[in-house]
Ligand binder design. Sequence first.
Ligand code: ADP
Length: 258
Amino acid sequence: NFSIQLDNKSNDELGELAGSIQRLADELNHLKTERNEFLSSISHELRTPLTYMKGYADVAKRDNLSKQDREHYLNIIMDETEKLTTLVTELIELAQLDNNAFTIHKEWFPVSEALKKITKKILPSFHEADITLVVICPENIQIYADPVRFEQILTNLLDNARKYSPNGTITTLEVVHENGDVKIAIRDEGKGIPKKDIPFIFERFYRVDKSRSRDLGGTGLGLAIVKELIYAHHWEIEVASEVNKGTTITIIARGESS
Ligand code: ADP
């Protein structure tokens, strides 16, 4: 740990400098703790699918297995491989976002056109979950954004709305144009997020229900990536949620519409 002994409590400039250095040391320690926690989460999250893969591969190798049983175990291994691939892809993505090793290519485009493309891709998964997706977007709203990143943000948020909602519910995506801002709200009728968890959901690997998220193919990194992409656009994101009622996530693109 960075430890600094500064007992200069005087009110003069030296005292002020001592205070600043102390705050800097505190901040460095905080960052160091965060980095260590992140690294230990990564090793845990990588080890989990590997443990399953090794365990089921051992079982699948047994001689006395029926064809169906062997297939069942191989499918689990495939499933875990997929989870591991998603995890590694998202970790690389986050590392690039952290290092600013990516560029945002903003351009003007009609939101409704982009949404048509995005919802077309995502609709089958909503159908499968028996969740209705309602899109409300006036044709004439233009937004200044990176189209690829825009798709990534919305796909992530819509995926969450679907994953954390029961069958038979409705997810609404509504775009409004207000004083030069574009507001995009994704409203679901899902399980909601407890108040105490809301401040943390954009943190890496934070999940309200770890095993449920994992079962649904979640990594706990989706919203962390969304947050970075929102910041890269200089936009804002707000969360409103009520347990067992639903969640609304709103993206606010200030002054970026015409
Ligand atoms: P995950 O891969 O687990 O979905 P995210 O980073 O996308 O990770 O989200 C973090 C956590 O926030 C989720 O595990 C879930 O607990 C909660 N969450 C996110 N979106 C919603 C939503 N629409 N409804 C309820 N909970 C949500």
